[in-house]
Design a protein around this ligand. Structure first.
Ligand code: GAR
Length: 224
């Protein structure tokens, strides 16, 4: 099967982008990162992409002022000109209009730093600490017009520690994101993800490796 042609859209640091670029170096990976597109000329990830030999494009949303449609049409033209099959949003911090989302239904992925549907939007780690959840994490999902709401492809969970700050929690979640996004892209690019009634079903995947109890119940549970 030919490798899928992927565009990664970023707005900043680009560490998830780097994780995807690294994963795509493997001979058996089913996708090529063909372009990294940024809506901000100062996105640090652009330099990393260039250093990795990946084409970069900046489509500065500020140049288009309030004309969101013209901004998105410029992106769409570029994506089409490169025959892109799949789009990965990786810290891309612009809301997309239903028009652009519809062009990519089932072909646009996003990574979100929380276990959706909990903590949509921004400041997810602060929200997790404020509400006191004991398990937090990250989600890769297909993009639909409603923000942070599409069918979930995969999720990774981490414990929340009592001493966590938003920074320490973000770092723990980010490490999971870097494993999760390459996995999600692989599954989608291999055609193993079927969407049915708003749910993703993944062919040939086990359900995960066990239960996580936080705080750890070790030593507190009756021995079996
Ligand atoms: C990541 O934590 C990603 O999940 C988050 O932004 C960060 C980007 O980091 N995305 C969102 O909050 C989207 N709403 P990166 O640029 O190093 O990949």
């Amino acid at each position: 099967m030919p490798r899928k042609r992927v565009a990664v859209l970023i707005s900043g640091r680009g560490s998830n982008m780097t994780a995807l670029i690294e994963a795509a170096k493997a001979e058996d990976y089913p996708a090529d990162i063909c372009v990294v597109m940024s809506n901000r000329p100062d996105a640090a990830g652009l330099a990393h992409a260039t250093a990795a030999g990946i084409a970069t494009v900046t489509i500065d949303h500020a140049v288009f002022g309030k004309n969101r449609e013209a901004f998105e049409r410029a992106m769409q033209r570029d994506l089409q000109s490169r025959s892109i099959d799949l789009v990965c949003l990786a810290g891309f911090m612009r809301l997309l209009t239903p028009w652009l989302v519809r062009q990519w239904l089932g072909r646009m992925l996003n990574i979100h730093p929380a276990l959706l549907p909990a903590f949509k939007g921004l400041h997810t780690h602060e929200a997790a600490l404020q509400t006191g959840v004991k398990i937090h994490g990250a989600t890769v999902h297909f993009v639909v017009p409603e923000m942070d709401s599409g069918p979930i492809i995969c999720q990774g969970a981490v414990p929340v520690h009592d001493a966590d700050t938003p920074r320490t929690l973000a770092a723990r979640v980010l490490a999971v994101e870097h494993r999760l996004y390459p996995l999600a892209l692989r599954l989608v690019a291999e055609g193993r993800v079927r969407i049915e009634s708003g749910r993703c079903f993944v062919a040939g995947m086990a359900g995960g490796d066990g239960t996580m109890i936080v705080p750890s119940a070790e030593g507190c549970e009756p021995s079996r």
